[in-house]
Design a binder for this molecule. Structure first.
Ligand code: RM4
Ligand code: MN
Ligand code: MN
Length: 428
């Protein structure tokens, strides 16, 4: 991790400018009778978005993979990276593990290791999309034709078993949720029956749901295509909702921002799911074409803002306690730098959504004044709230300028020294 003194020293150079920027913005918001700066800063101090264990290393595409250098080799080292990230941002207080990419031999020890670094375990992710090496008397069992939707009951059963094991592991780690994303689907029209596949998945999810400890949640994550390219079983929010409802009361839907067909109105999906109380969480990233896993807020920042507006609407003025995570694949950037940028983008969207004059907007909607409604949204969206985000970080003891502080710290060079330049651990 980075020496805290180093971050404190780095902050000294930034402090004067920040105080002035926060004061100016606070005065302006006061004058405009907008949401007080102080309440936004406080909300930001409380906010945290999880980092996935697979995003601290580089991903790759099916054409190639280029390790960034100094990538974590073990789950402990992934925790070290997330703890370092959190030192800089104070907004990434948890890590989300992916099993079996992460398969701790000593879960109690790992829990302590993370706790010592003030990191806790967010939702667990099961993996039934890469092949399964189990064999039975009849031969090898494979996920080639699906997991929970497989026509072979023996394969469905090992997929259910795997999810139960992930829950047990998560319980030992202190996690409180399981996210199920399935690759199950159909590549060629006619290859399988839509309804039979759906029913198999619903049955499987119900069995997994019934294994959840009382204080656990389960999230169904939809995605329209890839690796199945004709149809996926859980392809959209409607299927996700049906599956969550079929699974049981602890199940809700997880919205990955890259898992929608082009131009889908994601904020409206958020509104619908929140309305029926089945919105469970998010995987933040950005997308130009599909499941691109680009830096959050780098392509459609307005969409991200509108999503946060819906969340604040759902929470009647404050953010509901959902599972927030960044799900990205960093192919050419330093993964930690990309996570810093993404966290900043999420915090900015959150702060801007808190700025929206909700009473004014409701009034404009009542009077069908579309112009005024747009003005209200744009006033919040165009406000530069970065000083508030930086101030929240400063108060939490993190870096005022995390990206600069990270570069200045020499962390990556030290990790290349320690872990090597070719290390790989993500499993993707
Ligand atoms: C999927 C989906 C899941 C993630 C895997 C690695 O596209 O986004 O959330 O676990 O990728
Ligand atoms: Mn995802
Ligand atoms: Mn994805």
């Amino acid at each position: 991790m980075i020496d805290p003194e180093r971050i404190a020293t780095f902050n000294i150079g930034e402090e004067l400018g920040l105080v002035e920027d926060v004061e100016n913005l606070a005065l302006r918001l006061d004058r405009e009778e907008a949401t007080p700066a102080e309440s936004i800063i406080e909300a930001l101090v409380d906010f945290s978005v999880a980092a996935p264990s697979w995003a601290v290393g580089t991903g790759g595409t099916r054409f190639g993979r280029f390790p960034f250098g100094g990538e974590p080799r073990t789950t402990e080292e992934k925790i070290d990276d997330v703890a370092t990230l959190n030192q800089l941002t104070a907004s990434n207080r948890s890590i989300s593990l992916h099993v079996p990419w992460d398969l701790p031999e000593d879960p109690g020890g790992l829990r302590e290791y993370a706790g010592d670094r003030e990191i806790w375990f967010d939702a667990m992710n099961s993996n039934t999309f890469q092949d399964n090496p189990s064999t039975t008397d009849e031969g090898r069992l494979s996920y080639k034709f699906g997991s929970l939707a497989n026509s072979d009951m023996a394969v469905r059963e090992i997929a259910i078993e795997h999810n139960k094991e992930v829950i047990d592991l998560g319980a030992a780690l202190g996690s409180k949720a399981l996210t199920v994303w399935l690759a199950d689907g159909i590549n060629h029209p006619g290859q399988a029956d839509h309804r039979t596949q759906f029913e198999h998945v619903a049955d499987g999810l119900r069995a997994i749901h019934d294994h959840l400890p009382d204080d656990w949640q389960m999230y169904t994550e939809h995605k329209p295509y890839e690796p199945a390219f004709y149809a996926t079983v859980n392809f959209d929010w409607g299927s996700s909702l049906l599956l969550a409802q079929a699974a049981g009361p602890k199940a809700s839907c997880l919205v990955d921002l890259g898992h929608h067909l082009p131009n889908a109105n994601i904020e409206q999906i958020v509104s619908r799911l929140a309305m029926v109380d089945r919105l469970g969480g998010f995987h933040f990233n950005d997308s130009k074409y599909g499941d691109d896993d680009l830096t959050t807020g780098s392509i459609k920042p307005f969409q991200l803002f509108l999503i946060f507006c819906e969340l604040i609407r759902a929470g009647d003025g404050s953010l509901p306690a959902l599972a927030f995570m960044i799900d990205q694949s960093h192919n050419i950037k330093d993964p930690l730098e990309d996570l810093i940028q993404s966290t900043e983008a999420v915090c900015i969207a959150y702060a801007q959504a808190l700025l929206v004059d909700r009473a004014g907007l409701a009034d404009a909607q009542e009077r069908n004044d579309a112009t005024r409604a747009q003005e209200i949204l744009q006033t919040a969206f165009r406000a530069d709230v970065r000083p508030l985000v930086a101030e929240a970080r400063r108060r939490a003891g993190a870096a005022i300028a995390p990206l600069e502080a990270y570069r200045e710290s020499g962390y990556r060079a030290a990790m290349i020294e320690e872990r090597g330049s070719e290390s790989v651990a993500t499993g993707l």
